[in-house]
Design a protein around this ligand. Structure first.
Ligand code: BJ8
Length: 422
C-alpha cells in the first residue's frame, strides 16, 4: 500500500497544514454532495476521486515522473493540453477554489484581487497542494491583468511559462495566437525532450475531442425536465476533468451520461418536474468551490447549465481532426481555442450569443451571473449581458462573491427572492 504521507513529504509539502486542509473536506462534501437525494449511481466514481483527491491521482503523477515523465500545470482553458500530452507530459488544472489558500496568497498579492488568483498562488506558497508540488512547469497566460501580473510573483517560487493570448479576435490576432502555440510547442518539447509528431498530436486531438464530447453528452441530458442530474454533480464532473486521467475520465463520464439518459427515458429526475431552471454564467468555479450551486439547489431550483470555463466554455467546439501536418494541426488548435468567449476579449459578442443559445436550449427560467470578487472583466461585461437579457424578458441577477462563507446567509436570501419571482 502506498504511504501517502511519505509521498507528500517527498513532494516537499507542509504535512501539518495539509492535514488541516484535508480534514475539513469530508464534512463539507457530506453536506454538499452526499446528502443529495437520488443521485445517479455513476457519481460514485467522482465521489471516490474527491475522497482520494490528494492520493490516487498524485501517486500516478509521481510514478509518471519517476519514469522520467514531466507534469505541466495550467490555469486557463486556453492552454492547449493536446500539445502537452503529445510531448509525453501530463497536464493538470491548477486553479485554486478553496478559501483555505487565500491567506497565503495574500502574503504576496493584494487583498483586493480575485480569490481564484489568490488561492492559486496561495496553494503553491503554502505547500499544501500536491498537484502544484508535482509540476515541472506552470503555464500562465495573459488573460486578465491580475493573472498576468501574478505569474511574475509565482515565477519566484516555481518555473513558469506564459502564453500571450491576444485580446481581440481579428485575423491578425488568430495569426499571433497560432504563433504563440508554436512557441508553446517548442517550450514543451524542450521540457520533455520529445518531439511532437503529427501522429502523436492527432491522437491527442482526438482524445481531447472525445473528452469534450463526453461532457457535451452529459450536458445534453440536463435539457430534460425533470433533470436527471443535479447542477452540483455536473459541476463536479467538469471540475474533475481538469486533473483526472483523460481516458478514465471519458469512460466514467460516458457511463454517467448513459445512466442519465436512462433516467430521462423512465422520467426519473433529481428535482420535481417544473422546478425552476437556472443558467449560471460568469467566472469559473474551481474545485472545491460549490458555494453558489449549493445555495441555488438547496433553495429548490436546478442549475441546468453553466456558461463558464468550468462548463460549456471548456468543452464546446471540437478541434478539426482532418489536419495531417503539424502546420495544419496547430492552425486547427489555434482556431478552436480562439473560439472561447472569455471576457478578456474586446468586444466579446460571442458570449452574449452563447448565453441566449443556452437559455433557449436548456429551457432556462432565470440567469444567475456569477462574478468572483474583483474580476473586473466579467463585472463590466454584466452591463451588456443584463441589458440584452432584460430586453428579451429573461430574469437575471448578479452575484458577486468570494470563497468565504461570510456572505452565505445574505446570498441565500437574495437567491430565494430571485427564485420566487420566476
Ligand atoms: S478563459 S475566465 S479560465 S481567464 S482569474 S478572469 S475570475 S479576475 S479565470 Fe479564466 Fe481563462 Fe478567461 Fe476562462 Fe476573472 Fe479571476 Fe481573472 Fe479569472
Amino acid at each position: 500500500m502506498t504511504d501517502y504521507r511519505k509521498l507528500w513529504s517527498d513532494l516537499g509539502m507542509d504535512l501539518e497544514k495539509h492535514d488541516r486542509l484535508t480534514s475539513a473536506l469530508p464534512l463539507i462534501y457530506e453536506e454538499v454532495y452526499l446528502q443529495q437525494p437520488d443521485r445517479p449511481q455513476a457519481m460514485e466514481y467522482f465521489d471516490l476521486v474527491v475522497a482520494e483527491i490528494h492520493s490516487l491521482r498524485i501517486a500516478e503523477l509521481v510514478e509518471h515522473r519517476r519514469r522520467g515523465g514531466k507534469v505541466c500545470g495550467a490555469f486557463c482553458v486556453f492552454v492547449p493540453v493536446e500539445i502537452i500530452r503529445a510531448a509525453g507530459a501530463v497536464a493538470v488544472g491548477l486553479c485554486g477554489g478553496s478559501q483555505f489558500w487565500v491567506p497565503d496568497g495574500e502574503r504576496v498579492l493584494p487583498r483586493n484581487l480575485c480569490p481564484l488568483i489568490k488561492a492559486s498562488v496561495g496553494a503553491r506558497l503554502s505547500g499544501t497542494c500536491p498537484y502544484f508540488q508535482s509540476c515541472d512547469l506552470l503555464i500562465g497566460e495573459t488573460t486578465c491583468d491580475g493573472k498576468k501580473k501574478a505569474w511574475e510573483v509565482l515565477g519566484e517560487y516555481a518555473p513558469v511559462y506564459v502564453m500571450d493570448l491576444p485580446q481581440m479576435k481579428r485575423p491578425q490576432d488568430l495569426a499571433a495566437w497560432r504563433g504563440e502555440i508554436e512557441l508553446f510547442l517548442a517550450r514543451i518539447e524542450e521540457l520533455t525532450g520529445y518531439r511532437v509528431t503529427p501522429e502523436r498530436l492527432a491522437e491527442e486531438i482526438r482524445l481531447q475531442n472525445r473528452l469534450r464530447q463526453a461532457l457535451e453528452r452529459l450536458y445534453q441530458t440536463r435539457k430534460a425536465d425533470p433533470v436527471p442530474i443535479s447542477g452540483k454533480d455536473a459541476l463536479l464532473v467538469t471540475q474533475v476533468s481538469f486533473y483526472d486521467d483523460p481516458r478514465r475520465f471519458i469512460d466514467k463520464t460516458e457511463v454517467l451520461a448513459a445512466e442519465a439518459e436512462a433516467r430521462i427515458a423512465s422520467g426519473q429526475g433529481v428535482f420535481p418536474s417544473g422546478a425552476p431552471r437556472i443558467l449560471v454564467t460568469g467566472t469559473p468555479m474551481a474545485i472545491p468551490n460549490w458555494k453558489l450551486h449549493h445555495i441555488i439547489e438547496t433553495a429548490g431550483a436546478a442549475v441546468v447549465c453553466e456558461e463558464t470555463c468550468t462548463g460549456t466554455r471548456f468543452f464546446e467546439h471540437q478541434v478539426d481532426e482532418t489536419g495531417r501536418t503539424l502546420e495544419e494541426q496547430l492552425q486547427a488548435l489555434a482556431e478552436r481555442y480562439l473560439k472561447i468567449n472569455c471576457s478578456c476579449f474586446t468586444p466579446n459578442p460571442g458570449r452574449l450569443e452563447d448565453i441566449f443559445r443556452l437559455v433557449e436550449a436548456y429551457r432556462v427560467d432565470g440567469v444567475i451571473y456569477y462574478n468572483l470578487q474583483f474580476c473586473h472583466g466579467y463585472a463590466v461585461e454584466y452591463y451588456a449581458v443584463e441589458k440584452a437579457l432584460k430586453a428579451r424578458g429573461i430574469p437575471v441577477m448578479k452575484v458577486e462573491t468570494d470563497y468565504s462563507e461570510e456572505d452565505t446567509g445574505q446570498l441565500r436570501t437574495r437567491v430565494e427572492a430571485f427564485l420566487e419571482m420566476l
